[in-house]
Design a protein around this ligand. Structure first.
Ligand code: PLP
Length: 400
């Protein structure tokens, strides 16, 4: 009998999403401003623009920071040693330098107590990354840099929707960005959102965004076909049937290059339609994450992240650290047999992937290394229901 598989990620599209995306192909660019307005209201942000990816959003923020910096020698970007390797691409493209800080094993995010020791006259910015949907502490970083010329930019790529005391992550620092890529909390196939606090900088952001090329009608149409394919690929039945093909489109290699172009009207029309049910999509991730948290709370051999007070976590993936790697492999296999796919994401921290970030000697970021090697990510997305959560619990009760 065919065993139905549940994908690890994916925004479930409905027919009206596809129809709206199709209409978007022939709409004017005004629809992009309309989607930006929807997003401004959702985030409570005054200044916001869309581009083709989170990477481009990050890249444009660096361009602006370089214009704002006091000294040419400010080239260092402080970021966690365990995060998406692709974050190094815009740093490199702008001739900046990554400076790593270990992660905090309790929060799975940047260890903010170790940030200040990296400050020097070359520091340009600190980038707290909200991994897996979990909010990284930002207020104390803002406090730490208050009377300095160091900028804070938040990477909310994997945490769109998460709030702390009612405020969206990505909007507390002067700069922030999100991703609308496949696998992120909400996806318009691809996409990036830039937010900034100072309206006086809008002209600068507009300049850099307007310099990006627009996709041809042909490329937009082929993107639309990908949206149709994605709508099938994220549904359990079609995902199962299409699995041999879908598997080829999963990211398996490191990105070495990124393209920058303007967001498309097709994606904006899709996004506007998706945002009609954003509360539902967010809430499912919040609830599923909390159910998963209960399964692992207090269980020996597993570590779950500390959830900061006052936060509402829109989990992108539910992260656990499994000390015993054989046990982790057994869980992955048992869940796979039950049709539930998991991921271990990046198996290595940045300083192992890019050896120039690690001079010889003892591991400078041991917590990041441990997290990379022992992480297991469970899916909390909107298609995960009670039956699947119960199935996960059964597997953990048997093995754990
Ligand atoms: C933490 C983080 N930041 C940034 C990005 C880049 O976003 P995009 O894929 O939209 O370029 C990603 C993507 O995986 C990510 O996980």
């Amino acid at each position: 009998m065919l065993k139905i598989k549940m994908p690890t990620a994916g925004t479930p599209y409905v027919l009206s999403d596809i129809l709206r995306a199709k209409i978007g192909l022939i709409q004017s660019r005004r629809v992009i401003s309309q989607f930006e307005d929807v997003l401004k209201e959702y985030f409570g942000a005054n200044n916001l623009r869309l581009v083709n990816s989170g990477t481009t959003a990050n890249f444009i923020i660096y361009k602006v920071l370089k214009e704002l910096r006091k000294r040419e020698e400010q080239v260092e970007i402080i970021l966690p040693a365990y995060t998406a390797p692709s974050l190094l691409l815009p740093i490199e493209a702008e001739a900046l330098m990554p400076v790593l800080v270990d992660i905090d094993p309790a929060t799975f995010n940047l260890d903010i107590t170790k940030v200040a020791e990296k400050f020097n006259s070359k520091t340009l910015a600190v980038m707290p990354v909200h991994m897996f949907g979990l909010p990284c502490e930002v207020e104390s970083l803002l406090e730490l840099t208050r009377d300095t010329d160091i900028f804070i930019l938040e990477d909310g790529a994997s945490a769109l929707g998460t709030t702390v005391n009612g405020q969206h992550i990505g909007t507390r620092a002067p700069f922030g960005f999100y991703s609308l890529n496949r696998g992120k909390n909400v996806s318009t196939l691809a996409g990036g959102i830039i937010t900034w606090k100072d309206s006086g900088l809008s002209g600068l952001f507009d300049k850099y965004i307007s310099e990006l090329t627009s996709l041809s009608a042909y490329s937009q149409f082929s993107m639309f076909l990908k949206v149709v394919a994605l709508s099938l690929a994220v549904r359990p039945l079609t995902y199962t049937l299409l699995n041999p093909i879908v598997a080829k489109f999963k990211y398996t290699t490191l990105h070495t290059h990124f393209d920058s172009f303007q967001y498309t009207t097709m994606q904006a029309a899709l996004g506007i339609n998706l945002w009609n049910r954003i509360e539902y999509l967010d809430q499912k991730r919040v609830e599923n994450g909390l159910y998963l948290l209960e399964i692992f709370k207090g269980r020996d051999g597993f570590r779950i992240p500390v959830i900061p007070d006052g936060s509402r976590v829109v989990f992108n993936q539910f992260p656990i650290v499994v000390d015993d790697l054989e046990k982790r492999a057994a869980i992955v296999e048992k869940l796979r047999q039950s049709g539930i796919e998991t991921t271990t994401l990046y198996d290595h921290p940045l300083h192992h992937i890019f050896p120039k970030l690690h001079k010889t000697g003892a591991d400078p970021y041991p917590n990041a290394t441990y997290l990379a090697e022992h992480l297991l990510l469970l899916p909390p997305h909107a298609q995960i229901n009670h039956r699947i959560i119960k199935e996960i619990q059964k597997v953990i009760d048997t093995i754990g």
